[in-house]
Design a protein. Sequence first.
Length: 751
Amino acid sequence: MPGNRQVYEQSMNNGHSAAWDQDWQTAVANYGRAIVEFPDDAEAHLHLGLGLLEIGRLDDALKVYQRAHQLAPQDPIPLEKSADVLERMGRLREAAQQYVNVAEIYLTQRDLNKAIDNWERATDLTPGLVPVHAKLAQAYERIGDKKKAIHEYLALAYNFQRTNDYDRAIKAAQRALKIDKNNAQVLNTLRALESGGRIMPPQEDGTRVAARQNSFDKDQKRAKVAANAAFTEGSVESDPFGPIGEGMRDSMGTLAIYVMEGTAGDATGDLLAGMEAQRQGLADQAIEAYMRAESRIDHPALRLNLGGLMIQRDRNEEALKRLDKVVGVPQMTSAALHGMGQAYLKLGKHRQAIDNMLRTLQSVDETMNIDPDHAIDLIGMWRELREGIVRENDEVQQRIAKRLGSFLEGKEWRTSLRESRRQIEETIREQGIKGELDILAAERGDKLTESVTLIDRYMRQGLFVLAMDEAHRAVEFSPTYLPVHIRMAEIMMREGRVRQAIQKYNAVAKTFMARGENDRAMGILAEVLERAPLDIAVRESLIELLESEERWDEVLDQYIDLADAHHQLGNFEQSRDTYALAERIATKVNASSEKIVRIKHRLADIDLTRLDLRRVQKTYEEIIALAPEDERAHRMLVDLNYRQGNAIEAIRRLDKLLGIYARLKQVNRIVQLLEELVTVYPQDTGLRSRLASIYKQLQRRVDAIKQLDALGELQLQAGNHREAAGTIRQIIALNPDRMDDYRKLLAQLGG
């Protein structure tokens, strides 16, 4: 129904005047009055939002702007204002997404410049929004701003490279090159990408540096650390066979110096023959020559080379004997440990292989230039991993051993190891040791780590469609990696697809159960039940799991909660059956009397709705046997006996309850109960007598007389004249107002 137009216009004018005078409180009051008259007026909401913003009520301002957007969805101003509020509140990712939405509205209105302004604000708040950088690049190219277009294409290249999407990174750089074929920054970026090198984020032109610089600082710092490490390590190319390969190469140099110094004695010829055969890749001849020299000299470099060659020829037991003696020798320990890890892996001794691979990684870490800002102590990290892996089964250990071995192979193994170590740290920090073990044991774990990182980033930004797309890609190449499925369920939950999310969670939990990872299954099911406590299927899965673990106390709690859920859903028969089952379990496991009493009370409640009064009475008597001072049970027995016409037993039960209150000195409870019962059962003389007595003790004379008067009437009606005379004497003792009337009545009764 339309409001008063005159009041609306007057309120708006008063609001504008107050706003002009910077009296924002008055302005807010007037704009609010205008909205009362016309609740669907978008303009009034916009002005009210501004007023609330000025007086610092950011939450309210955001709600008002959101309402204004609902009223005028094609108007970009409400969305733009709400984005500004979100930015002031520090909710930068949400603000960035809102600016993107504003830009889309401006784009439909063919206002490209304003769309560009909002895209820029979005990327200022949250760098790395690939779709927005792409739109900005195309928009700048369209309006002829070559410098900014190149900048955005280079930003795209940088972000694609961060997700290891080198093909798209190169395409973005090539697109920038088409705009300016002589641009040195573009040429350098393209060369770096084509050679597999890392690139830096593009430099700003000076107008937006401050807004973006902070978000790039972390990546620039890492890039500088990597550059410093590369400089420290020198220009020597990493050996594709990893530490053992580099160790063997360095040991050949050590042996050559040993021979040149003339200290090899009669082993000189065999050493030279062994080194020459090793250089030519003739492993068997090199082994024979080295073994002849080994009988005459004792040198760690000889043992390392001999051990490495024996691994190549699958003489692993012999290799282990030699490499074990090299561990602890400076500059050779990493190589010896790596070789031992490879030998154990070939022998199928996965636990020993893992132990030596982890010791290799730790040893290599000690020789590499490590970022000083590490959040996790590296030694502790490798130790935690080792302790976690030991608890896994042999199949999982085999997969982990191979994955750890892959960290130490390839021409760029040192660079890859640095990145892998960073990812391990992040995973442990966010998901714990078990989360990292899952990735290490998963198919294509290297790609999986990158994919999970992307999914988490998209989820933090609220980009659920992109997060789900990436999750589906991860499932394609690693279908058994359950943490991705857990993330898919979380995305569904946050999108409001609760039923689908619960089904996914339940499926993941059952998979964990099938794997024997019951603790993880229970954790997932418990988390789901916190969000959906009435989901019967999930709770039954948790009960099944707890029963398999024989965790009967927890089984009992879950059966009680299951019965509660059935009751709330209106399944009363199932609820009673479940409570009865819980009662049997409680008796079997010697549960506490408090828990059994709790179950019996709920059984009694259900039986009471079914009017099975005999069973209800029996249950409450059982409760009192377990908990003699259970007030509710005593009270219910009072009512039950009255309902069945057994007033004498009801009074007996009442006296027991009053005795409990008296021992606890809860006089008010006594009065309250008696008053309530007298109201419900006004013809009961026992109740009137007890209530009058407590009133006299409390010196509530008038109330006592009133109750005694009513009691006397009941006694007279029943023909109990002697009891009535006694009651009138009690009234006279209290000095009532109509004393003569009471005395006459007493005389008539022969008193």
